[in-house]
Design a protein around this ligand. Structure first.
Ligand code: C2E
Ligand code: MG
Ligand code: MG
Length: 570
């Protein structure tokens, strides 16, 4: 009935008013339900029908509990009835279920009506509105603020909040807590070689592995990039070392991604409450311990001690000094001769960088290459190495001494840098050195990280005509199937094996196998770290092609190298 019809009727004003109200309830946007004193539904409006899918006929006489989703606690309903029975209005969000089973959130106000003398309500009217969209959006935002979208683990913000709460709990119980900062090795290389999407997939896999070990006992998070963290509280701290060993073991299996088999290693650092007593300090110190652990190898962990902070400061000042070293050209190249075992000819030299520090003297590469890599300064330093090595080779030749080829070591970052072929080409052109006089040494672990990309890079380099060598062979995980496809010319038998021969039977076995493998693949073998005559004899018997090591010469500055070549060739 519309307004005009109402006006025209002969009804009394009260009747007109109540029909109007009824009409407003019926057509209003709010979800309306009226129940009687026994809590049975008497009336629902159209909005209710549209929202829930139930018609008035279907719900009439039934109880509103028919809509319960089961997602709210009995305590919630007890509070609702306590409020209504006291004659008060109840306002809250009810999580209900529609006829088709879907859940909806209703912001509802229930009002007791017609309270009798005994204080009992005769009717209840509830008016509500669907706020499901709002709740979903709110949750999305909360997840956004507190969770890492890639791994769905808590992010740094939520982790540090939970860590602070845990500290409060442990303080109260006079307990303890251990926090572990975990970093992946070579993750940056995965992003660089396979792309960010692949990197994300690897991170997801890492999160799942960690979750399956730590999910029950620890609070786990991804703090940033390739940094994860977890903490264990109270009694659980006792199993901490076991957990860390399980984590290390979990990474012994490869991750499969983009048809690549990826091996990741981890480093962990541990800080403890009450020694460190705020979330920030725990995180900072565990990270410091992780960095220290990482600098000494892979798949290890280390506990924080206060002297590590000193180490951090030292690192910062080292970085500034390295920048200066590049600017002021404080680096030097020393050369180690490589001798052909059959002909005893000097066939080449390996260029090895040193840092001639104005105060601390000559610093070996293992003490600064990792930091050069971390800071990407290796790209600049590496370019200098190419120039210098080629320049020295030409210079030695121009003084009338043989220098067939010079080998230069490449770090991972250099190897995967797209500019590398261009840089090499331009250095060779500038120095007027033939490409085959330059050998590039790439360690086994670098080429085996992202095999497809490594294969492309190696092919690009081989196309330039330079020689390629796999350095420190036998110390990483090599996939022989791929090795066959690599366009490399040389395998360098890693010095730990060489140093064990001929006395250590296992080193003998490994060295023999590597030499045979290389020859079967038509590759030359260079044994490095040769220190004794027995080693030379063993290698000669095994038909190793080339040797280098202190037995012949330590790495020498250019002038001393020239003197060595002079003596050697006589
Ligand atoms: P590498 O390429 O495997 O070099 C061989 C290392 O063994 C050199 O150490 C060399 O001095 C040492 N060595 C040679 N003969 C013997 C021996 O008979 N006994 C023993 N115990 N050691 C021997 P160095 O010069 O300290 O270099 C260490 C590593 O630093 C190199 O290992 C290489 O990976 C890296 N490196 C050196 N120069 C460069 C560079 O210009 N660029 C890059 N990216 N890395 C470099
Ligand atoms: Mg080398
Ligand atoms: Mg080596």
């Amino acid at each position: 009935m519309d307004q005009r019809a109402l006006d025209q009727s002969t009804a009394t004003q009260d009747e007109v008013d109540s029909r109007l109200l009824a009409r407003a309830l019926e057509m209003g946007a709010g979800i309306v339900m009226i129940t009687d004193e026994l809590g049975r539904i008497q009336y629902v409006n159209r909005a209710f029908e549209e929202e829930t899918g139930y018609t008035l006929k279907e719900v009439k006489g039934r109880k509103p509990s028919m809509l319960k989703s089961g997602l709210q606690s009995p305590g919630f309903y007890q509070k609702l009835w306590r409020t209504l029975n006291a004659g008060d209005q109840f306002t809250d969000v009810l999580i209900n279920r529609k006829k088709d089973g879907t859940i909806y959130y209703e912001q509802k106000t229930i009002t007791p009506l017609f309270i009798d003398e005994a204080g009992q309500a005769q009717k209840f009217i509830s008016i509500g509105r669907d706020i499901t969209d709002q709740i979903v959006e709110q949750r999305r935002l909360t997840r956004f603020v507190s969770y890492d979208p890639v791994t769905e683990l808590p992010n740094r913000h939520l982790f540090s909040e939970r860590l602070s709460q845990a500290i409060v709990r442990q303080k109260r119980d006079a307990g303890s807590l251990a926090m572990v900062f975990l970093n992946l090795h070579r993750f940056r290389r995965i992003n660089e070689t396979l792309g960010y999407e692949a990197g994300d997939r690897v991170l997801k896999d890492v999160a799942q592995r960690l979750n399956s070990i730590l999910g029950e006992v620890a609070t786990l998070a991804r703090l940033s990039g390739d940094n994860f963290a977890f903490f264990v509280e109270g009694d659980q701290s006792a199993c901490l070392e076991g957990l860390m060993k399980s984590v290390i073991d979990a990474f012994r299996l490869p991750i499969y991604c983009c048809s690549e088999k990826i091996f990741l290693n981890v480093s962990m650092g541990v800080s403890l409450y009450p020694e460190c007593n705020t979330a920030d300090v725990l995180i900072k110190n565990a990270e410091t311990a992780m960095v220290k652990s990482k600098s000494t190898g892979v798949d290890q962990y280390r506990f924080y001690t206060s002297d590590l902070n000193m180490h951090n400061k030292y690192k910062l000042s080292m970085e500034a000094e390295l920048r200066r070293a590049i600017e002021k050209q404080e680096f030097e190249l020393h050369y180690q001769p490589q001798i052909d075992l059959a002909t005893k000819e000097l066939v080449g030299v390996e260029a090895l960088i040193r840092w001639n520090h104005p105060k601390r003297g000559m610093i070996p590469p293992n003490d600064f290459i990792p930091l050069l890599e971390e800071t990407s300064l290796i790209l600049q330093a590496g370019e200098w190495v190419f120039h210098q090595a080629c320049r020295d080779c030409i210079d030695i030749r121009s003084q009338g001494f043989p220098c067939n080829r010079v080998a230069v070591n490449l770090s991972a970052l250099q190897f995967y840098n797209e500019q590398l072929p261009r840089v090499i080409e331009s250095v060779l052109a500038e120095m007027k050195l033939e490409a085959c006089a330059l050998e590039l040494e790439i360690t086994e672990s670098v080429v085996m990280t992202g095999i497809q990309r490594a294969l492309d890079t190696l092919r690009g380099l081989a196309d330039l005509g330079v020689r390629l060598a796999v350095d420190d062979f036998g110390t990483g995980y090599s996939s022989l199937a791929y090795l066959k496809q690599f366009p490399v010319h040389v395998l360098k038998l890693a010095s730990p094996f060489v140093q064990g021969v001929p006395s250590d039977t296992r080193d003998v076995g490994i060295s023999r196998a590597i030499i045979a493998l290389a020859h079967n693949l038509d590759l030359e073998v260079v044994a490095e770290g040769v220190e004794s005559e027995e080693q030379v004899n063993f290698l000669a018997e095994e038909q190793c092609d080339i040797v280098q090591g202190y037995y012949f010469s330590r790495p020498l500055p250019k002038n001393q190298l020239i003197a060595f070549i002079d003596r050697w060739c006589k």
